[in-house]
Design a protein. Sequence first.
Length: 385
Amino acid sequence: MTVLPKTEFPYRLRLPGPTAIPEAVRMAGSRPIINHRGAEMRVMLGEVQQMLRPLFGTAQPVVLQSSSGTGAMEAALVNVLAPGEKVLACVNGQFSERFAKIAAAHGAGVDVLDIEWGKAPDPEAVRQRLAGGDYRAVLVVHNESSTGALADLRALGAVTAETPSLLMVDSVSGIGGAEMRQDDWGVDVIATGSQKALMCPPGLGLISVSAKARAVVERDDRCARFYWDLRKALPVVDQNETAFTGAVSLVQSLHTALSLMHEEGIENVYARHLRLSKAMRAGFVALGLEAFGDASAYSPTVVVGGLPESINGGDVVKHMLETYNTAIAGARNKLQGRVIRIGTMGAFSIGDVMTDLLYLGRSLQALGHSCDPDAAVAAVLSANR
Ligand code: PLP
């Protein structure tokens, strides 16, 4: 097979985050810095709120802070927890492990509901554990990017709503690509980041809090907090202000990204993620990979492929980058070497999926796996109907 030099291929960022961002979003972030407390910034913050709330499915304020997604998770936890209180952590992958570790770092008693990687938390199991303990919160990752499992937040919210416990959700790789109805589903706290389905550069953390959670946040006996104190950040959202200097350039980018999403139509955005993630999975299977995880919980924003034993995931990632200038992800956890992951979130199209599968198929062939990349591309077209 003739292989062109890597420089012939334009760079493609196809990770499950950060994701490639539209040119208009990039340009918006390079506009001049404006007064962070001036009229123009206030108008922009107000419009950002109006465009964000439908994505969270909430009428509550959405706080913007300068951090990655992990910072938003930590901020959420320090506002809800007091040292010594207990949380029930649903652990089904790398990021849910992280959520549990952050809670433990702040002195919480962490009970783990251990779930097979690839599966979603079972609401009935959560109900039983809540009946046996006094938990301040249940920690759940909406979309486990390490395994591609989507949690059923509607069902989990129905369980926690009957208890004093709060449902705290890491939706770093969910919001914007997977449906979220915070108010209807009874999700109490959502933490997310800008760099995934929201089609922005990394650097903004976003948090929303239900009325039930707000009553806890307002208490004086929570973990020590200053910069992350939501008692400062929440009240100023509706004045179109930020507690501290807002990340002006990122807010400019976010405003443009949200405008693009609303132009497409939020329901259309979700439908595109669902349709194209299914197409990507069909393509993986056509290439002879395993569509990793539990089919009833497949994520719309990341597709995970289980590899044959003869192929190492790290080699696939390396080959894709070195030969096709395309960045995909492997795993940095117990699945290392066994899976590859490709993002199906943000600004991406069927053309991206077809290109991914062609390059992936050819990379697998180069590593000794027998497959038919053209058939995989054809599978995309038929799955996409
Ligand atoms: N949670 C999930 C589900 C993620 O996918 C990620 C990032 O990949 C994080 C948390 C961590 O976010 P960040 O890297 O922005 O801190």
